[in-house]
Design a protein around this ligand. Structure first.
Ligand SMILES: [Zn+2]
Length: 107
């Protein structure tokens, strides 16, 4: 699976899809960009009570992952022992869920 995004041709800012205009400079000159898909856990929390479509998933790890490119994104990490999650742990992109967004797993 590839993690797709956009890069701004005016300022080089990176964003995940869907991106329609640059949040950094406002330009709408964007090009497709494929992220490497590797990153590390910047911070995380273990969610014990889920809501809506996530209710059946608990407990799960909700994390801010810092991608290799430097972008920080909010994601769920799957296939991970919730007792052993660590800051700076290496993770990689797994798949995209329509309602949830990008899902990561340990690298
Ligand atoms: Zn820009």
């Amino acid at each position: 699976m590839e993690l797709n995004g956009k890069t701004c041709t005016s300022c080089g800012f990176l964003m995940l899809d869907p991106g329609f205009c640059c949040p950094n400079c406002g330009s709408d000159h964007l090009e497709n960009y494929k992220f490497d898909g590797n990153g590390k856990i910047h911070t995380y929390t273990v969610v014990m009570v889920g809501f809506g479509h996530l209710a059946n998933r608990v407990p799960y790890v909700l994390s801010i992952v810092e991608l290799k490119e430097g972008l920080k994104i909010l994601t769920i990490i799957e296939d991970i022992d919730i007792e052993k999650v660590k800051i700076d742990q290496s993770v990689k992109y797994k798949r995209y869920e329509e309602q949830t967004g990008p899902i990561f797993m340990p690298a």
